[in-house]
Design a protein around this ligand. Structure first.
Ligand code: F0G
Length: 487
């Protein structure tokens, strides 16, 4: 795969590693606790990594949402924030940044990504509608279903292959799109949704060629394109790396072109440009007016949308920084390093490396655990015991039950280890890889999980589980016999 000219640094003697073009000026102390305390912590957290206390965590790789490092320019911009309920200067700076980077005319601020999903779903989805997409995100699907819609995944078959060299596993399959239109009729399809750097299938990007092709089908049937741009910077960076036509384009040009193909663009700014906030953008006054009046109802006045003015300033600066390749390549470069090293060790990970995080294939890692005993959740708990590192289950626990109360088994059972931008170092990444290798060599000791408390909606957030046997204690015993009193 081609490296980008502007950001490529080739090593003369050392192996190729990700190189940071920034320095660290504020740090936070971390704690790595003994293995017995890690077992106690995961028990207390109901074997759900969402319920851990960061006091017990070494590397917090749960998510990149709200945890990317801020730049000096973002922090200093917060000092000139303009506190006002209506008409704040901070808002107009953000609106200008969004217009410039996305090339869209109209902007509505919301407090975070799922708030945008709520508004778009309420305005455009009716009972019985069908919404095709390259892959859903958890909160997206929940909002669409709440409004009576049904999600249809129309990704290319390659998307679900763990090992692949396909550069764009986030592409939409045109044939599946056409047959869905034939089956349901275009009037039942309010929009087709593209998600940049498709989160739940390993941060995999789509190509601009694919987006153009899908748009030509959508246009022929009067179907809108909605783009989830939460990870659009990384998707644009992958387009530059992997789609030859764009090798010499700037990230800003690619972002502009992606957004020009969508009718509505929404994002979580917690991932995209800052640590809070979100927004909805469109080129169309008509679409803007359809959504506008819900902003004061659910979010706040149109010039703050539930976001603090300080964060609005940081969002604006973050938008410009998203177009800087030395910023936007940070998470993908560390992900690529981790994925390549794990792959060399024979550990099953999603390839090619994508955005956001390294995704370990739990069914390949723990083939002895049936899917009904949640292998990805078990792997997340086991890795926490082995390393103090917190990842996130992205498998059947993050799915739902059907009308008979049976688990809808997820397409993939993944442990996601997120690399928030500019947060972790290479030595910390090497520690993580070392402990994953130890766990892989001792994988037979890991057992499954079962629910003891299961909320009916988005159960992965607050649900509590227990191990099906005393495997956590056995794993900790083996850790102590191999590592002695080492952490
Ligand atoms: N869309 C995508 C693609 C996301 O990844 C997220 C959040 C959202 C929408 C919702 O945005 O959290 O600001 O309300 N992803 C986080 C994650 C939670 O950990 O991947 P939000």
């Amino acid at each position: 795969m081609k490296q980008n000219g502007a950001t490529k640094v080739t090593f003369y003697h050392s192996p190729q590693i990700p190189l940071e073009l920034h320095k660290v000026r504020i740090v936070q102390k971390l704690h790595l606790k003994p293995v017995d305390e890690r077992v106690e912590a995961i028990k207390k957290g109901g074997f759900n990594t969402f319920l851990l206390n960061t006091e017990d965590i070494f590397l917090d790789m749960l998510t990149d949402s709200g945890t990317n490092a801020m730049s000096d320019n973002q922090l200093s911009s917060m000092m000139h924030a303009d506190d006002a309920y209506a008409g704040s200067q901070s808002y107009y700076r953000l609106e200008k940044a969004v217009q410039e980077i996305f090339g869209t005319r109209y902007f509505l601020p919301v407090h975070q990504g799922r708030a945008a999903e709520n508004i778009i779903s309420q305005v455009f989805i009716k009972k019985g509608d069908v919404i095709p997409m390259n892959y859903h995100f958890t909160t997206t699907k929940a909002h669409m279903e709440l409004n009576g819609g049904a999600v249809h995944e129309i990704f290319a078959d390659e998307a679900l292959k763990i090992k692949s060299t396909h550069p764009f596993k986030g592409n939409i399959d045109a044939e599946k799109f056409n047959s869905l239109i034939n089956q349901y009729g275009a009037e039942k399809i309010p929009f087709v949704r593209f998600e940049a750097s498709t989160n739940l299938i390993g941060g995999q990007p789509f190509s601009l060629a694919n987006m153009k092709m899908v748009k030509s089908i959508a246009d022929a049937h009067n179907i809108m394109i909605v783009l989830d741009a939460s990870l659009i910077g990384e998707n644009a960076w992958f387009i530059k790396q992997r789609e030859p036509e764009y090798a010499n384009a700037t990230i800003k040009d690619i972002l502009n072109e992606m957004c020009s193909l969508a009718d509505i663009i929404y994002f979580s700014s917690r991932k995209l440009s800052s640590t809070r906030g979100g927004g909805i953008c469109t080129h169309s006054k008509d679409l803007y007016l359809k959504m506008r009046d819900l902003i004061p109802l659910y979010e706040g006045f149109l010039t703050y949308g539930g976001i603090s003015v300080r964060e609005i300033e940081a969002m604006a600066v973050g938008f410009y920084e998203t177009t800087d390749e030395t910023v936007i390549n940070q998470s993908p470069s560390f992900v690529a390093y981790a994925v390549d090293e794990l792959d060399k060790l024979g550990i099953p990970v999603i390839t090619p490396a994508g955005a956001l995080g390294c995704h370990v294939d739990a069914m390949g890692f723990l083939p002895h655990i049936p899917q009904a005993e949640y292998p990805a959740g078990a792997l997340a708990a086991a890795l926490f015991i082995a390393s103090g590192c917190r990842g996130m289950e992205r498998g059947t626990i993050s799915s739902v039950r059907d009308e008979n109360g049976d688990d809808l088994l997820a397409d993939m059972e993944l442990l996601r280890l997120a690399f928030p931008r500019r947060v972790f170092t290479l030595s910390q990444t090497m520690f993580l890889i070392d402990r994953i290798k130890w766990l892989f060599d001792n994988r037979d000791l890991v057992g499954g999980l079962r629910f003891v408390e299961e909320p009916p909606v988005l159960r992965f957030f607050m649900g509590r589980l227990e191990p099906v046997s005393d495997w956590p204690e056995k794993l900790a015993e083996k850790f102590k016999s191999d590592f002695g009193d080492s952490l």
